[in-house]
Design a protein around this ligand. Structure first.
Ligand SMILES: NC(=O)c1ccc[n+]([C@@H]2O[C@H](COP(=O)([O-])OP(=O)(O)OC[C@H]3O[C@@H](n4cnc5c(N)ncnc54)[C@H](O)[C@@H]3O)[C@@H](O)[C@H]2O)c1
Length: 263
């Protein structure tokens, strides 16, 4: 039976953990060749059967890449094409929050760093990827950006997660506009660009929140389904948007949030 992504080459950033790593696993299970990019070289090679078999069959390659660095992004895309001959799919999953910035940083440094990874990183990777996608014959490609419910609404005041200067929602809101702008301008080239807005998801990213039982309960209850999502539940939608089944979907933002934004 033909697999959904047979002969497709997918590049996933933030592939060392959480949603990105789960996308890699799902792509491999569905027949893709995958380049897994992450700033953290140690996090990117889980020792499970899917990853091991793919590495042995040369269907999985890891590249150390800081998405906030233009040269890293260009090298990453160039190496992908050099290795596998083409690039079909880009998943921009690398992301940080202010919790990942050094505690001594002031508000400006924190803002710059979060924007550099979340927004500029998605832009730089897309810029490098689009150049190669246009070389496909015919020109084609699919990009999926990861926004957040916090790109659409603000943190609930009582959760005390922002004082209005938290860069995370700013970066995720901007990703929605990056998605629309790229989608419209790349449609003539057969390149589709979409985004997803996950609710709170059980990954390393939210570990600090999950470790606080009271806050965890409160945040889970803000989702009508009453819980955090799993990385697989987010990756399912990301892979659908990247697939040919979504051939008439571009410039869209899909909520994957247990109903959070419906309230
Ligand atoms: N977990 C959630 O609740 C949630 C909710 C909404 C949106 N998101 C978004 O989903 C994406 C993935 O989040 P996650 O939960 O899987 O997080 P995660 O922390 O589990 O994984 C993020 C990965 O990105 C990598 N990374 C960080 N900075 C990088 C850089 N400069 N260059 C390359 N790689 C870098 C990290 O090393 C890590 O492997 C992020 O964009 C995040 O903002 C997460």
């Amino acid at each position: 039976m033909t697999q959904r992504f047979e002969n497709s080459v997918a590049l996933v950033t933030g592939a060392g953990s959480g949603i990105g790593q789960t996308c890699v696993r799902q792509f491999l299970n569905d027949g893709a060749i995958v380049v897994a990019a992450d700033i953290d070289a140690t996090a990117s090679a889980p020792d499970d059967e899917v990853f091991k078999a793919a590495r042995d069959n040369k269907r999985l390659h890891f590249i150390k890449c800081d998405v906030s660095n233009r040269l890293d992004c260009e090298n990453c895309v160039n190496e992908t094409v050099k290795l596998f001959g083409r690039l079909d799919i880009l998943i921009n999953s690398a992301g940080i929050s202010q919790r990942n910035v050094r505690p001594e940083a002031d508000f400006e440094e924190t803002w710059d760093q979060v924007m550099a990874v979340n927004l500029k990183g998605s832009m730089l990777m897309s810029h490098a990827a689009v150049e190669k996608m246009k070389l496909n014959s015919p020109s084609s490609g699919a990009i999926v950006n990861i926004s957040s419910i916090m790109g659409c609404v603000v943190y609930n005041e009582s959760d005390k997660l922002s004082d209005g200067f938290n860069p995370y929602p700013h970066s995720k809101g901007a990703i929605l506009q990056l998605t629309r702008d790229l989608a419209v301008h790349l449609a003539p080239d057969g390149i589709r660009v979409n985004s997803v807005c996950p609710g709170f998801v059980e990954t390393q990213f939210t570990k600090g929140l999950q470790d606080n039982p009271e806050l965890h309960r409160k945040l889970a209850a803000r989702h009508p389904l009453g819980r955090f999502g799993t990385p697989d539940e987010i990756a399912n939608v990301i892979l659908f948007l990247a697939s040919a089944q979504a051939s008439f979907v571009t410039g869209a933002n899909w909520s994957v949030d247990g109903g959070y934004l419906a309230q």
